[in-house]
Unconditional design. Structure first.
Length: 365
């Protein structure tokens, strides 16, 4: 099994400690990630950037809006998501993957972007809801996770755009599209809030019965390093011991992080090892327990289906509420109240918010 010389391991330990000691709060950590990402984003010529395709007519009432769900090309999806999202979104995720863009029909402009994928392997509130740790193959056949549900801003603020996107994730349109694409029997949608205790509420609150809060996730993991410090650490380690994981590994960064941490632990002992373990433990303070939300698409026996007891769907009385047109109708009523109140109070936001090299946007919005 590979190891480092003691001084090499101490160097790596210090690099990791120095990186995480820069941050006292999760928003500082996330902001550095985002600023590092946008440094590498190409600068568009005036009038030719993707921001020109984002919704910006804030005189329009929700009562006059109509929407369509599009599966955009990779460039449009990635470029638009990167300039509107405060999160640094992974370029690819293992397993299932459905990318959606929501367009307001009258203006022809994007109002938000969604990425659905295979759920993470373990989730404490999920296990509590289902009564057990679900059998993986059955669970993957019946369940999907919302990884990115991001409205453009200020569409999100002015019109409850996050609720519109989240509701569409719970639509029968999405169920049927996933069933068709991956031969699923989809009955269970889950997502988590982007923040935990850093923010008192989530865009998913107030969406019952479409989407319900089912508790808090665990946060017992060390966050990832990013940017040049991470690249220099990897180069240093691999120059000493060679590659630690296969080049074609899925979730490559996570696996490489775990491998490097294990390598350092094997190469240290005594106080040096205790200090490194303390570094990793302190870094966990940058993670938060996130709110966990679930939709059953109006299917009464969804828990039995996820647990593999049956394949037959029993519909709730509100099953039709999850049709796209009914979900938009539900959103439109809430959004109209929101829009009119903001307008009456002169609190409508009218500046399009996009991330650029000169951006000054609050990371928590």
């Amino acid at each position: 099994m590979k190891t480092l010389e003691r001084q090499e391991a101490l160097h790596c330990s210090k690099v990791i400690a120095d990186y995480f000691e820069k941050f006292s709060r999760v928003d500082e950590y996330m902001l550095e990630q985002k600023l590092e990402q946008i440094k590498h984003m190409p600068t568009a010529l005036p009038g030719m950037g993707f921001e020109d395709d984002l919704f910006s007519d804030y005189t329009m009432s929700p009562e006059d809006m109509d929407f369509e769900i599009i599966e955009p090309d990779d460039k449009t999806f990635t470029s638009c998501l990167n300039i509107i999202s405060s999160h640094t979104n992974m370029a690819s995720i293992p397993g299932k993957n459905l990318r959606l863009a929501i367009r307001e029909k009258n203006t022809g402009k994007w109002v938000g972007f969604i990425r659905l994928g295979s759920p993470v392997i373990n989730m404490k509130p999920r296990n509590e809801l289902l009564g057990n740790v679900p059998e993986l193959s059955t669970f993957n056949k019946t369940s999907i996770m919302g990884f990115c549900i991001v409205p453009s801003q200020p569409f999100g603020f002015n019109y409850l755009g996050g609720k519109l996107l989240a509701a569409l994730c719970c639509s029968h349109y999405v169920r049927e599209r996933m069933n068709q694409k991956y031969d699923m029997n989809l009955v269970y949608f889950e997502t988590t809030s982007l923040y935990g205790s850093s923010k008192s509420s989530s865009q998913y609150d107030g969406m019952k019965p479409i989407l319900k809060n089912r508790g808090l996730s665990d946060s017992d993991f060390t966050p990832l390093m990013h940017g040049e410090p991470w690249k220099r650490l990897v180069d240093y380690v691999e120059s000493r011991v060679g590659s630690l994981i296969p080049k074609d590994a899925s979730s490559k960064k996570l696996k490489l992080t775990t491998a490097i941490q294990g390598l350092i632990k094997r190469s240290l002992d005594g106080t040096d090892l205790d200090n490194f373990k303390d570094t990793l433990e302190n870094a966990k303070k940058l993670t938060e327990r996130k709110r966990y939300y679930v939709s059953n698409y109006g299917i009464r026996n969804y828990i039995d289906i996820v647990n593999g007891k049956t394949d037959e769907i029993i519909k709730e009385d509100n099953y039709d509420k999850y049709e796209v047109e009914n979900l938009i109708k539900w959103w439109r009523k809430k959004a109209t109240n929101r829009y009119n109140n903001l307008k009456a109070d002169n609190r409508l936001r009218t500046e399009l918010e996009v991330w650029t090299n000169s951006t000054n946007i609050d990371i928590i919005r």
